[in-house]
Unconditional design. Sequence first.
Length: 564
Amino acid sequence: MRPLPRAVWHYVFLLIFLFTIASLAAWTTIDYLYHNITDEAYKEVLDVASFKVWALTIGFMFISGAFGLWAIQFSAEAESRFRVGQIVEQMDYLNDGLIVVDKKGKVTGANPASRRIAEVDAVRQVSLREMFPMLSEGDVSLLLDLGGPNELQKEMFDVGGKRTLRFRSQTEGGIVLVLISDVTKMTLREMREQQMARLELIGRIARGVAHDFTTILSGISGHSALLSRLKPGSPEMRRSVEEIASEAGKGAVLARHLLEFSRLKSAGKSTAALADHVRRASNLARVGLSPAWTIEVVADEDCPPIAFTGVEVEQMVLNTALVATDALSSPGVLRIVSGRPRKDFLMDVGDEYAAVILVSASTGTGRDVTMDYSNETDSEDAGVIQSVVRSLLEQAGGSLDVFFGSDRSHIYRMVLPYGTVELEDSSGEALPDELRSYVSHWQVLLARDTREHDYVEEELRGMNVSVERVDNVMSALARIEKGHGLQSIVIDKNLLGDESDGLLRAIMKLCPKTGLVVLCEDPEIEPQDIMTDVVFLSRRANPAKIIKGMVEARGLAVQHQGRQ
């Protein structure tokens, strides 16, 4: 912004004009008094008074001019901030968030993408920290620094999982523009590239490792063959044994280095259906335990995505449960509890973790594992299974804790970190205009968790599709029974519970002309007998793929109706 805008010069000319009028008025008044007063004593007083009048006139004119210039400068800055804020709020074509912040950290404008990222509706006169609570006072001070452009990266946790946001600020003339980019996918891509580079490095050293092991084993084999021909206790036998021990030590060191390279962390793998996989693990445990065991499961449905796949969760819970039951001499109660961290004894692990799983085995019945265990200890004789589970959790940023009750019953606490929100790559998945025109004016029912941001709903509404959204199976069935021309139903399998197959068949009978899309963890393991009439897709499918699945399901429904 220029020091003196054009409006200031107009104000300067006005001040000069007013100063000229005031000067003429003061000069005329003084001249009149000077010519009409004949007494010399009064003329001396008049000279002093004239000087003071001129000084006061000029002083007040300069003061008023300075205040006027300051007011114009302030008004121009305020008007500039307001206009820039209005322009930014209309930038709905940007995928990245853009907000306007004043010197005090108050948001004066935000485009729709930034409001969507922060999950807020109104941002006027909201502070930057209120809009993004993960920012500290130091972070805000850095972004508002007028010295130049600044950048920082923070992680955001919500019910949808963990997202990585990058904040970049640019200041000019008292206005701060902050660009907010969701770099979650880019971060995951970098992690995968690091993994691939590490794997490539392992591949390159594999030939060297094989060569070194061949040399070591050849030396051991040669000296071992000589041992049978040497005299016991001879110096030659002693040297051969020493050579064998030396070569074995080299092999151990080489194997240790290779293990260090092989400790790769899985990046980008997550599941949002923790309760479903905990129940599957309990069903597997029922198969592996005797009928004398009682299994109790308490699984909360509102857990955010965690940093493990469903199969990994099932295996960790199953193996931990078997270890806990093996520690008891007689059958009892196996209790599995999963849920978000809360202010209970063993569930209180902090908000930085996504979920907690408690696995306990005891001889009592109906015991609450969150209250009965008070003595924490590290198991000195931890077995292989416990070590593997602990290693998996710690590599992902979680932990495994072991507790013992007064009756020596065991409880294992698995602390699970947040997973990352990631849709399948949508590159090359752009919807053609013909398909957009085909599905426009459809009526679609989305049966999904309403606490999570639904990119499918956003895409459909942008295509002029009428969307209804429910968050439980009873509401979905009630809406389906009404009919009223639904063209497609998209339902999350988690809402169907254990009787998912029966409910899907019931839905197909209630609305045979409606396409049915089911979002699940792994479409490959779904029942084959109903896959001819239902389209199964992954929960991580991008909106374009789900919309194409809706069209495919609609076609299957029409074909099925024609066969009947």
